[in-house]
Design a protein around this ligand. Structure first.
Ligand code: B12
Ligand code: SF4
Length: 524
């Protein structure tokens, strides 16, 4: 059988406009059916021309599409096209897992896959490829489909594979020739664990990797399996990104992985990046030293908010803004660049509080920041709660892209969210950020000299991609409010232990433009 694996369209807004990541989901499920012909088409990096794409579809029996929530319409468009060309269509990933009815309701989607994909995908392909085991669709766990009477059938939940080492290696050959970049550097992903032992109410990870009673799970790969995957990556790339949400959940295990990377000498040939948590790094400062020794040079941190009330409500009680400041300094002192995630407008935050959050982030001088309007993904208890309170404002999933607002709060309207996110990006990126970064990265004797080789791409992506995206969304320094410009007044009631700069001169309040009506219209 010929299978075409498809990663649907990229988003043109927010950080996704400048960061591309390989679809590990697709190459992972492809590993389960190596006997079938396979090709990967990634809308993020491959050139798309509808006519050519349609004729390409003609050559395949089956298409396997992955989809996060904001990509779902593009995923459905692709499925429709594929069905018109006579292919079987399978869609899996986050959105199909969170809202299977929505996806399965489309006649051109043959199989909607919920949860862990490997075993389910193999069973579907075996079924389509002659069904030698003579099973009925109802016997394939983890799928939703329409029966002959057009009724949506959800089969039983798919049990999670207890040992992740049992899965075959991802089909990295399918990525050959594709360029994926992260802040100017080229990257490949390696997954070392699945799930998370915590249970934050707004998180959709739990629903993806839940156990049979619906609870959260955390499974890890063995060190030898992780090393096999590290050696399997194309080392022409600058970085290996350990892509799970929190690489450092289990500190002892993290030390073991780092020790192995150091002992094997891999760290002298390859750089690494991961996502971690402020509290873990604060409580385990030796981990920062070892990350540095193992050649980790990029870390993603959820900074979220400078307001303790928000951190507490987010279930980040163990993190304080003072810890954030310490950890950011420790990492940057070692030449480890930080990509921070900041949430705009967590329920309870007023406009002033959001602007204090933006100003604190600017003062932290992180390498890169994603400002995310608080987002409730369907299928999470947070979404249900916000829906019940009448806070969900956008039913169109394309706005669930962590850039546009999809909800309001008691304190902020959707329009406020738009304005605040735009202000955040303008104030962070358009007021000297590029020059500061260039100075740091261009210094051949500085701690960030490892960026020198990637500078061309960073500038191209930063200027053409990132700044171009901001300007195309109407984001210029003109939209920065007087309140955010007047930093001394803004920051006067912020805890002094976390305050970084209060000495900036007060800029004369200027008349500022607000967001263009076209942008506001785009949302609702
Ligand atoms: C690495 C990562 C990225 C990378 C790479 C993305 C990529 N192309 O894969 C980068 C940084 C680029 C990225 C970007 C974004 N991401 Co992201 N990302 C992740 C992360 C941390 C890991 C994903 C991963 O590779 N997992 C490993 C693979 C093996 O697992 P998997 O993808 O879940 O696939 C399994 C199943 O889902 C299923 N499956 C998946 N697809 C298919 C298809 C078929 C046919 C079948 C049968 C099965 C199947 O089978 C697979 C094997 O079991 C997840 C969080 C997480 N821990 O999962 C967030 C996550 C997926 N991202 C998320 C979001 C929101 C985004 C962005 C929209 C954010 C933004 N605006 O910048 C963008 C959108 C990117 C896009 N494609 O347009 C959300 C998705 C929420 C949702 N409801 O959709 C998550 C869950 C984070 C979170 N906590 O909210 N992301
Ligand atoms: S938000 Fe982070 S810590 Fe909380 S459950 Fe999700 S992955 Fe775990």
């Amino acid at each position: 059988m010929k299978i075409l694996y498809i990663n649907p369209a990229r988003l043109q807004s927010g950080m996704d406009a400048i960061i591309t990541g390989a679809p590990l989901s697709l190459i992972t499920i492809a590993g389960m059916v190596p006997e079938h012909d396979a090709k990967l088409f990634d809308f993020k990096v491959d050139k798309y021309r509808e006519k050519k794409f349609r004729s390409e579809l003609n050559r395949y029996d089956t298409v396997a599409i992955t989809s996060m929530t904001p990509q779902i319409y593009s995923a459905l468009d692709v499925a429709k096209m594929a069905k018109e060309q006579g292919c079987n269509t399978i869609i899996g990933g986050y959105h199909p897992t969170l809202v299977p009815e929505f996806v399965a309701d489309h006649d051109y989607v043959d199989f909607t896959v919920r949860g862990e994909g490997e075993h389910t995908f193999k069973e579907i392909i075996d079924y389509l490829d002659g069904n030698k085991k003579q099973i009925s669709l109802k016997e394939i766990d983890g799928i939703s489909y329409k029966n002959k009477e057009s009724k949506i059938i959800h089969t039983s939940e798919r049990a999670l594979e207890p040992n992740l080492d049992n899965f075959p290696m991802p089909r990295r050959d399918l990525l050959k020739g594709k360029l994926y970049t992260y802040l100017g550097t080229t990257t490949r992903q390696v997954e070392t664990s699945r799930g998370c032992p915590h249970n934050c109410k707004f998180c959709c990870i739990i629903k993806m990797w839940r156990n049979s009673s619906g609870g959260s799970t955390y499974r890890t790969k063995s060190i030898s399996r992780i090393m096999r995957e590290v050696y399997d990556v194309d080392w022409k790339n600058d970085f290996i990104f350990f892509c799970e949400d929190n690489f450092t959940i289990n500190v002892k295990r993290t030390h073991k992985i780092l020790d192995t990377l150091i002992k094997s000498g891999v760290n002298s040939k390859m750089r690494f990046s991961c996502q971690s948590r402020v509290d873990t790094l604060y409580n385990n400062p030796e981990l920062i030293n070892k990350l540095h020794k193992a050649n980790f040079r990029q870390v993603f941190l959820g900074i979220e908010s400078v307001h303790q009330q928000s951190l507490d409500a987010m279930n980040k009680r163990n993190t304080t803004p003072a810890m954030v400041k310490t950890v950011v300094k420790s990492l940057r002192d070692k030449g480890i660049s930080i990509f921070g995630g900041v949430i705009i407008g967590f329920p309870g935050e007023t406009k002033r509080m959001v602007r204090q959050n933006i100003q604190t982030t600017i003062d932290l001088d992180l390498d890169c920041v994603q400002f995310t309007p608080i987002t409730a993904f369907p299928g999470t208890p947070f979404y249900d709660e916000m829906k019940e309170k009448g806070m969900i404002t956008a039913s169109n999933y394309k706005f669930y892209d962590l850039f546009h607002p999809m909800m309001k709060t008691e304190e902020l309207t959707s329009k406020d969210f738009l304005q605040l996110v735009a202000e955040a990006y303008a104030a962070f990126y358009l007021k000297g950020w590029l020059i500061r970064r260039a100075k740091e990265y261009l210094n051949p004797f500085g701690k960030f000299n490892w960026m020198l080789g990637s500078l061309g791409r960073l500038v191209k992506q930063g200027i053409l991609g990132g700044l171009g995206m901001l300007y195309s969304q109407g984001i210029t320094t003109k939209i920065i409010s007087d309140e955010l410009k007047n930093t001394v007044e803004l920051m006067k009631d912020i805890n002094p232990t976390i305050k970084i700069s209060t000495t900036k001169k007060i800029e004369k309040p200027a008349k500022h433009d607000s967001l263009t009506p076209e942008i506001v219209e785009k949302i609702h």
